[in-house]
Design a protein around this ligand. Structure first.
Ligand code: AMP
Length: 222
């Protein structure tokens, strides 16, 4: 791998497979996976001041204000220099304001490169995918309803719930929020962002992700 630290930005609508690709990247290449959705949900479940401010908007599928998200993310991004040389951002940036903020933070670091990948999936597939998933109530590991899993393979939990914001009506709102705001992020990145067809198996999508990382000169695919 080149001697450069990397912030990999995965952009895609909710349910586009960002989480799955993130798991592949963490396992195979040691990326530190940071999901803004997870960070913000933790604020809500911990009942912090920020959590209280954002719980309603998150429950209704809207986007949290960029000021709050940027604040939560700044210290995380800086860890790419010291703690996590391969940092993968899942769900951030979702607006031009956030993308500019990220560029700004990274420009003040040394030897850090941003790589942007967009996973493109059509809305019908997304609604189908998301209304068919549940998660372990204890450790939040996701499962497909069709797999009829009774015991969580990670923590042994036996209770599975659907995320409130995975209900079809909410999913549609989240896609709308994504389309109306986040697609502009891709215009902002222009040639810096590379698009992948996400309507394929996770393995095929991952193979494209690896090619892109190799093309960026970040590392040799093994
Ligand atoms: P996710 O798990 O990525 O689908 O995110 C769940 C929810 O967290 C979203 O519907 C938003 O309410 C909020 N959220 C996550 N990331 C961001 C972001 N970058 N900007 C604003 N809101 C966000």
């Amino acid at each position: 791998m080149a001697n450069e630290n990397v912030v990999l930005v995965l952009i895609g609508a909710p349910g586009s497979g960002k989480g799955t690709q993130s798991t592949f990247l963490s396992t195979k290449y040691g990326f530190k996976h940071v999901s803004t959705g997870d960070l913000l949900r933790a604020e809500v479940s911990d009942g912090t001041e920020i959590g209280k401010k954002i719980s309603d908007i998150m429950g209704s599928g809207g986007l949290v204000s960029s000021d709050i998200v940027n604040n939560v993310m700044e210290s995380t991004i800086k860890k790419v220099e010291t703690q996590w040389p391969r940092l993968l951002l899942d769900g951030y940036p979702r607006s031009v304001e956030q993308a500019k903020f990220l560029d700004n933070v990274v420009s003040r670091l040394t030897n850090v490169k941003i790589c942007v990948i967009q996973i493109d999936v059509n809305a019908d597939s997304i609604v189908k995918r998301m209304s068919g998933r549940v998660m372990c109530e204890g450790c939040k590991t996701p499962y497909k309803v069709e797999d009829h899993v009774e015991v969580c393979t990670v923590c042994g939990g036996r209770s599975f719930v659907r995320r409130k914001d995975d209900e079809p009506a909410i999913v549609l709102e989240r896609i709308e929020a994504y389309n109306s705001v986040s697609s502009k992020v891709l215009d902002y990145y222009g040639d810096r962002a590379v698009r992948i067809d996400g309507d394929r198996s996770p393995e095929m999508v991952f193979s494209d992700v690896e090619k892109i990382l190799e093309g960026f000169g970040l590392f040799r695919v093994v």
